[in-house]
Each structure stands twice: as C-alpha cells, then as structure tokens.
Ligand binder design. Structure first.
Ligand SMILES: Cc1ncc(C[n+]2csc(CCOP(=O)(O)OP(=O)(O)O)c2C)c(N)n1
Length: 544
C-alpha cells in the first residue's frame, strides 16, 4: 500500500501487516476495548462473529489447523482468557498457530484499575508461546508480526497480545513482513542410530501421530512404512488420523493406558514413533511404557514431547525430512510380516440405533473426501472402527480432553475448505459447551453436518465409573430434557430428529444433498460398555 506523505496510524499499519501475513479473516467477539481497532474494517477483511469467546477462538482453531497457517483472533479484554481459555489450551496441545489479540483498557488510566482492565497476558502464560502487551503503541504491528512468526515455528501454537484501546490512532511507521523458514532438521547421527536398529529389526512397528500433518509428512511416512514393511498403529486418542485407514499395513489405534498399550506393541523388537508423544494416556493403568528389550525411537517436532517421553530415544526435528532420510538410508524390509486386521463386524439395524450402526451408515453415505471433526466421547471406539477415511486432513478430535472443541473447530474447518464437507459427530452433552457456534454456522452459511448422538446422559463418565469401580452412585450423570433440534432451529439451522433405524440413511442423505448447515439428532443406545476401548481385563486402578 502507498501511504503518500501522510504518516499512517497503528491501525492502518496493522491491517496492512495482517493482509501481508494472510490473516484477512478475523474470528472475534467484540467489546468496547476492541472497537477502535474494528471500526471501518477494510472491505477485503472478513469478520467471523462468535457469540462466545470459546466459540470464536474455537472456530479460529479449526481454520488454522485446516490451513496449516496462522489464524487471527480478536477477543474481549479479560473475557478472552476466561471464556476463551479452553480454546487457547486446545491450540497449545493441537499445535494450532493462533494469534490471539484482546483489547486492554486505555493506557492513560490503567493504573487506577478501571472497568474491564485486563491482566490476561499474565493469566494465559502457561498455554501460549508468548504473552505480551506492547510497551509503546507504535510497537503493535511489529508485535503482531513477531507473534505470527513465532506461532508458526515448530511446534506451532498460540501467542497472545493484549492491546490498549488508545493505541490504534497513534502514528506508526509502515512495516515490512519477513520470510521465515520453519523446517528444523533432525540430527543425522541420531537418525543413523535409528536406521541401525531398523536394519536389525525382524518385526518393526511405526506409530503415527498428529505431527505428521503439521509437517506435511503423509506421503513421506506412507513411503517409509511401505519400504520398511512395518506395521502401522495410530497414536492413542488420536487428534488427527495420519495414515490411510484402508491401507493393508494399518493395524488400528493404540489404547491410552500404559500396560494395554505395551501389550499391543509387545511383539515388536523395534518401534518408531513419528510425530506423537510417548504416549498419550487417559486412565492410569500401571505397567511398562514398552516391553523391556524393544528399541523405541521417537521423532517429534516438539522438544516438550521429547523431554516428557517416559522411555526411548527422542530425536527432535521435522517429520517429513526425517522419514525421507530414514527411507534413503535404511535397508528395505521385505522379509517382515504384516499384521492381520480383523474387519469390523457388520451391524444390523436396531431400535434404538447403536452408535456403531450410525457410523456404519455414515461411512456409506458420506463422500470419501469428507472431513470428520469428532466429539462423541463414549462412541469414539465405534467411530474409529467404522469410519474409513484415507486422505490427509480428514480427521480432527480434541487433543486436550476439554469438551467444546468439536462444534467450533468443525465450523472453522468448513470455512477453510470450500470443496470438502465437514461432518461433526457430537455427543448431546458435548454440544452444549460451545453450542452458540451453531448460529455462526448458520450466519456464515458454513454447511457443516452436525450429527448429535442423543443418549441423554454422560455415558463416557458412566463408563469411567465402571472402569475404575467408582460405582454408579454419582450425581450429575443424566441429561434429560435436552432438545438439540429445537436448539438448532433457534440458531437458524435446518434440523431433524431420527428415532428409527430406517430413517437414518434417508435423513443423512438429505443433509448431504443440502448445501446448508444441518443438524441431525439421532436417538442412540447408551454407550459406556468400555472406557476408551478398555474393560476390567486390563486391571485399572480401583477408586471405589
Ligand atoms: C469442559 C469439560 N467439562 C466436563 C468434562 C467431563 N466429561 C468428559 S466426557 C463427558 C460426557 C460428555 O457427554 P456426551 O457428549 O453426551 O457424550 P457421551 O459421554 O454420552 O458419549 C463429560 C461431562 C470435560 N471433559 N470437559
């Protein structure tokens, strides 16, 4: 942009910087402290309003993950870390590059603790790469640029900036944005030691994790697995699926607890974990991290995951480059056997509909390039068994365990993907944590298909009660009287209830035919037979 002889303002330079950094979509919820920034927003910018900070930042999270690029969020003062904090925590664990900005009170009276003064940049610190309030108004654009460069460095993640509301009209020099490379190569000597182990291996497993997508490593990892003829497992409680589900070498998902997971990998002499922690656990089932004698290697883009691993040799670096290096230097693994995967049994229609039947039908009905953004706690196992998606960027789930991720992330994913349909299977309990996002989906004409699994309880918690022998005498486990269809209609969505198995497929087909957002509420049988695929046979702790 040509500024002429006039000195531009902080506001003008900021919009120019955002434009150059490709952050022309602003996810936000405005308040008085943000108005001086938002006024006269340039016409090439798009403002996506979330009715709650969780919802606004949660949509940005999906948008950032879909694009593998930074997304810009503008939240309100201290509410940003109150209402919006769980989305920032999600971004931290999902490695989603968010630049979260919030308004601060006017510098000239902050000292006197006025209405809406914010200490957000102190509160948010454990979950962001950088939290900052610029010391001078004219530093605001450069702070945003610096924040976006940092957000994109591996492992990607959120950064936080608090901006006093009187900063925007100050004079400011134009700012050039800079190129920044983000590929960090792993140490060759360390990769060579993994290669030596792999060359000596008779039975090799590869564990694939979410970072494969962050590092654009799908093709390199498939090529490596095929070259080595390794069995491939998805990391436990996967937040992304990073290997084709129908690939003959795919053996399924690992369980999220120590002993059961070690048992799953017990027959392998070498295990190579690509782009995942070692390992993500849920219930504490004591045991080994890995069978004694198995050589365990982890290649991760996260120094945090490398240092937190309970066992094995950790190598920090880019996953795609590391996988390519190992393939170029290891011997081909032609002699290895490949695991036999038993196909999931065909489910017959029944009333009430079982979650397994629902996913079997969904798998048949949805286009093969669909994107699934999932938050259905007690039905995760059925979804994992019955949904087959083979393309990159097809599956997203909460990495942190905080409900409220799925619905806004689905809308953000859909906003970034015009050609692929986003489907959001969500529990009737989970829907409520960021339910306002349904309104944003309607307003943005973002054609997500929300499939509510209506079981009228917190089935996953009941499953946890059983698993850990707490017993069922716990308050707050049932959800009577929730009507997702009426709620959705109130927010402006087309919605239908499905009670009978025979109506399921036609209703889903109707939703897919429509180019609008849809909500299908399916009355399903209660889940909770197993806790994340595990029952008493794995010997869980007893809190009863
Ligand atoms: C923000 C938040 N609050 C509470 C919980 C605890 N929690 C975990 S699973 C669950 C039940 C969710 O119910 P629903 O979405 O209906 O799924 P279902 O368990 O019935 O499959 C709850 C409340 C959580 N993980 N996150």
């Amino acid at each position: 942009m040509y500024w002429g002889t006039e000195v531009p303002t902080v506001r003008e330079v900021t919009y120019e910087v955002l434009r150059k950094l490709r952050m022309t979509t602003i996810f936000g919820n405005p308040g008085s402290t943000e108005l001086p920034f938002l006024r006269d927003m340039p016409s090439d910018f798009r403002y996506v309003l979330g009715l709650h900070e969780r919802s606004a930042a949660g949509m940005a999270l999906g948008y950032a993950m879909a694009r593998g690029g930074v997304a810009f969020v503008n939240l309100h003062s201290i509410a940003s870390v109150g209402n919006g904090l769980s989305a920032i925590v999600d971004a931290h664990y999902c490695h989603a590059p968010l630049v979260v900005t919030t308004g601060q009170q006017d510098r000239r009276h902050i000292l006197a603790e006025p209405f809406l003064v914010s200490r957000a940049s102190d509160v948010v610190k454990p979950y962001v790469k950088w939290a900052y309030e610029p010391l001078r108004a004219e530093d605001v654009p450069a702070t945003i640029a610096r924040a976006s460069y940092l957000a994109m460095q591996a492992p990607m993640g959120p950064v936080f900036i608090s901006i006093p509301m009187d900063d925007w009209n100050h004079d400011c020099k134009p700012l050039e944005v800079r190129e920044m490379c983000r590929t960090v190569l792993a140490d060759r000597a360390a990769l060579d030691s993994a290669v030596r182990s792999i060359n000596n291996s008779k039975n090799l497993a590869i564990v694939v994790g979410a970072q494969i997508e962050e590092d654009h490593a799908w093709d390199a990892v498939i090529a490596l697995a095929e070259y080595l003829r390794a069995d491939v497992f998805q990391e436990p409680i996967a937040s992304r699926w990073t290997f084709p589900r129908s690939h003959p070498q795919f053996c399924g998902s690992l369980l999220p607890a120590q002993q059961p997971l070690a048992d799953q990998l017990a027959s392998y002499d070498t295990v190579l974990v690509l782009g995942a922690p070692i390992f993500l656990y849920y219930a504490h089932v004591p045991g080994d991290t890995i069978r004694a004698g198995t050589a365990l290697f982890q290649i991760t883009n996260s120094p945090q995951d490398a240092s937190a691993a309970l066992a094995g040799s950790a190598i920090v670096g880019n996953i795609a480059a590391s996988a390519a290096y190992i393939r170029a230097n290891a011997k081909a693994g032609s002699g290895r056997t490949i695991c036999e995967r038993t196909p999931a049994p065909k489910i017959e229609a029944s009333d009430p509909i079982s979650p397994a039947y629902l996913f079997q039908v969904l798998n048949k009905v949805m286009p093969s390039d669909s994107i699934l953004c999932e938050e259905c706690p007690s039905s995760k196992g059925d979804l994992d068994r019955y949904i087959t998606l083979d393309r990159p960027g097809s599956f997203y789930s909460v990495r942190s365990g905080i409900l409220g991720f799925g619905v806004p992330a689905a809308v953000g994913l859909q906003l970034a993907h015009e050609k692929r349909r986003v489907v959001c299977p969500v529990g009737d309990g989970s829907l409520q944590y960021s339910v306002q996002t349904l309104w944003s989906a309607a307003q943005q004409s973002s054609p997500v298909i929300f499939i509510v699994l209506r079981n009228s309880d917190y089935s996953a918690l009941k499953g946890f009660c059983d698993f850990t022998q707490v017993g069922r005498n716990v308050p707050g486990m049932d959800l009577p009287g929730l009507d997702a269809v009426k709620i959705a209609e109130g927010y402006g969505l087309a919605a239908k209830e499905v009670d009978r198995a025979q109506d399921l497929e036609p209703t889903l087909r109707e939703a897919f035919r429509s180019a609008k957002p849809w909500l299908v509420s399916v009355n399903v049988s209660k889940g909770a037979q197993k806790c994340m695929g595990m029952d008493q046979s794995v010997n869980p702790p007893n809190y009863g």
